[in-house]
Each structure stands twice: as structure tokens, then as C-alpha cells.
Design a protein around this ligand. Structure first.
Ligand code: GLA
Length: 392
């Protein structure tokens, strides 16, 4: 889009903003000035995203491509705030949930769009042994540690370096002992928007001092209609996974890799999320829906493979997920309860969004049979995930 086009978008944004105060709002325009301002900014630019409770200014970085796709990321939590993509008629909508400014992210409890670390998902009883030492992590999910603990990577300020008009790099150093994790971890995530409507996330991490564990993901909540009044029960999901990791009552994997065949966990062919979610199935009951790690089928050991695809029939929007990771957490938004105020004052109800968190399996440090999440000084952890958008 040309610069004149950008200005025009900004004007349209303000008109719709005013209208949205009175009328029901939808899609991109149901949002506050900060995000609308970012949508009007040139690609690669940074605008204010407000101040944290302790007065630190936080920024919002905008990436755009020639198809009108707009991505906004804040350096608070290296968080994906907005992802605006066209439907089959070219109508734009923001398909991820979040908040209007940094204050929402500081108070939020749902991890909307955040970069999750040092360890994504759960570690049983918040403890693990490594190199003959027992480590005790911050517990923030019953007896377990979830998503890096009380102040995970989604709740810290990252250093942002715009690399080009289409890529921003975020770096953070997690100190030895932070949230109970050993070793100093230098972590980096780069967001790149391509001209082919792909948002690519490249992660890397290096460790200093002591052996550590690392598991990084992004926790975006997607609803391809862009409208939180719609649940994701009609979204059609494909998971390229013939096995999943069943869990106990606290959502910790039992260690089994169970075949999905003949169960409501078989998404090897596209199925509506809502089709089997209420079936009388022990695993669905334990998690209150889908909240499970799927073991991605791959013949080659490394490299990007297609892990998932989501199609939304009413808008025609389609999202494919590619990753180098061995697993993907498919979560059907079972803990969303409409109590948090999101973008434009909208609330996000039960199952109004789904996540596809590419990752190593939950609780791997306590399961030597799972792919290892250990990182030693001198080693580099690397992973990549691509979300590709199209319409049908
Ligand atoms: C992950 C977990 C869920 C839940 C959400 C955040 O998807 O597996 O159980 O904690 O994050 O609410």
C-alpha cells in the first residue's frame, strides 16, 4: 500500500472509531486509537503502546505487506497484538485476541499473543532435576508451573530492533535463577511478514553458566471470523498428527503417545472443532475440551513441516501452520470466560478463539522419553514457525 493509502486508512480508522462507540464494532476497527494509529503507520514504524504500571514506555511495531496485511507487535512480552488479514471478498479483520494497550497485557491472565518462555506449558509440581541438581520453579497453576511462571517472558520488556520494513527482532536476557530456572538465557525472536501473507517467527536462545531447559512458543488466540461473538466451534481444523500426549487431571502428560485414530482427537482430516468436543471422552472431560499436545508427524528429523491448518467457511479465511518443533498444543479456549476486557472494550467468551502453540511436549524435563529440552552453555536453540494466510 502506498503512503497515501496509509493516510487514507488512518482517516477511515478514525471515522469507524467514532462510529464504533455507538454501534456494535467488528473486525479491525473495533479497537482503540493506539492500534488504529499503528494500522495507519508506515511499515516498520513504531508507535506508543502506553506505559507500564512503573512508568516505562512500551512501543507497538507495525509490519505491512502489499496485500494489506497488517501485523502489530509490542516489545512488552514480544507479543503479537494484531493480525489483520483479508477474507475471500477482501474485507479485512483482526483475527487475534488482545488488549488496547500495555496495561491490559500487564493485568491479563490469558497470555494473548505473548512469547512464552522460559518453558512453554506445564512442568509438573514446578520441579525437575538436571545435572544432579533439583530445581524448583515458581508455581502458578495449582501445584504446577505454567508458561514460564509468574513473570514469564510474556510479562517482561524486550529490546526491539527493527531489521527492515518487514521484520522486527526482539531480544531478552533471562537471569540465572529467574522464576527458578538455572543458567543465564539470551533469547531472541524475530517476526517477519512476507509478501505471500506469511508471518514467520524465528526463535533462538543461548545459555551461559549452568545447563538449562528451554521451550518457546507464541500464544496467539485465533478466530478467523475476527468477531468474538462467534465461537471457533465451526472452524475446521486439520492437525498433521497421528498421536497426542494424553494428560492427567492437572493437564500434565502421562508419558503415553496415544494414537488419535478412532478418537475425537483425530484431526488428520479437517473436522469442525465443535463436532466431537462434547463427546463423553475422558481426555476431553479432563481438559474441558481440547487442550492437548499433538505429536507432529514428520519423516525428516529437522526442518519446517506443516503442523496444522484452520479453515473458516463463512469468511473463507485459511491459516496454515508450519514449524520445526515436534509438537503443537491445540487449545480450544476453554478457560476464556468473557470477564477480560479486550480490544475496543470487547470481551472474549468461552471457546471464542483457539491456539496452536508450536512447542516441545509439556513437562519434557520430567519425561526422558520425550524429545529433550535441555540447553547447555555454548549450544544454540533454534526454532521457526510460520503462519500462512490465504482464502478459499
Ligand atoms: C495453554 C494451556 C492451557 C491454558 C492456556 C492459557 O494453552 O495448555 O491449559 O493454560 O495456555 O490459559
Amino acid at each position: 500500500m502506498t503512503y497515501a493509502g496509509n493516510l487514507n486508512m488512518k482517516r477511515i480508522a478514525s471515522t469507524f472509531l467514532a462510529a464504533s462507540l455507538a454501534a456494535a464494532c467488528s473486525g479491525l476497527w473495533c479497537t482503540d486509537e493506539r492500534i488504529a494509529g499503528a494500522a495507519g503507520a508506515p511499515s516498520g514504524a513504531a508507535t506508543s503502546f502506553g506505559k507500564t504500571a512503573d512508568g516505562t514506555e512500551v512501543l507497538l511495531y507495525t509490519l505491512k505487506n502489499k496485500h494489506g496485511v497488517v501485523v502489530a507487535i509490542t516489545n512488552y512480552g514480544a507479543t503479537l497484538v494484531s493480525l489483520i488479514v483479508p477474507d475471500r471478498l477482501g474485507r479485512m479483520a483482526d483475527v487475534v485476541w488482545g488488549y488496547d494497550s500495555v496495561a491490559g497485557y500487564e493485568q491479563g491472565k490469558s497470555y494473548f499473543g505473548g512469547t512464552i518462555g522460559r518453558y512453554a506449558n506445564r512442568i509438573a509440581k514446578g520441579s525437575f532435576a538436571l545435572g544432579g541438581e533439583n530445581y524448583h520453579l515458581a508455581k502458578n497453576n495449582g501445584h504446577n508451573s505454567l508458561h514460564g511462571g509468574i513473570q514469564g517472558f510474556n510479562r517482561v520488556i524486550w529490546k526491539a530492533i527493527p531489521l527492515s520494513s518487514h521484520a522486527v527482532e526482539f531480544t531478552y536476557t533471562s537471569k540465572d535463577g529467574e522464576e527458578g530456572y538455572p543458567g543465564t538465557l539470551h533469547v531472541k525472536v524475530t517476526y517477519t511478514l512476507s509478501g505471500a501473507n506469511e508471518l514467520r517467527l524465528d526463535y533462538s536462545a543461548t545459555d551461559e553458566g549452568k545447563d538449562t531447559i528451554v521451550n518457546l512458543t507464541n500464544h496467539s488466540y485465533f478466530n478467523l471470523t475476527g468477531d468474538p461473538q462467534n465461537t471457533i466451534l465451526q472452524h475446521q481444523v486439520t492437525l498433521y498428527a497421528s498421536r497426542f500426549t494424553p494428560v492427567d487431571a492437572t493437564l500434565i502428560p502421562t508419558g503415553e503417545l496415544r494414537p488419535v485414530k478412532g478418537t475425537p482427537f483425530d484431526f488428520t482430516r479437517a473436522s469442525m472443532v465443535g463436532e466431537r468436543i462434547e463427546q463423553n471422552n475422558e481426555q476431553l472431560k479432563l481438559a474441558g475440551g481440547y487442550d492437548h499436545n499433538f505429536v507432529i508427524d514428520r519423516s525428516n528429523e529437522k526442518g519446517l513441516v506443516k503442523a496444522a491448518e484452520v479453515y473458516e467457511p463463512s469468511t473463507g479465511r485459511d491459516m496454515e501452520v508450519f514449524t520445526t518443533e515436534p509438537g503443537v498444543q491445540f487449545y480450544s479456549g476453554n478457560f476464556l470466560d468473557g470477564t477480560e476486557k479486550g480490544k475496543g472494550g470487547r470481551t472474549y467468551g468461552f471457546r471464542s478463539a483457539l491456539t496452536l502453540e508450536t512447542q516441545h511436549y509439556p513437562d519434557s524435563p520430567n519425561h526422558p522419553e520425550f524429545p529433550s529440552t535441555v540447553l547447555r552453555p555454548g549450544e544454540t536453540f533454534q526454532s521457526s514457525t510460520i503462519y500462512r494466510f490465504s482464502t478459499r
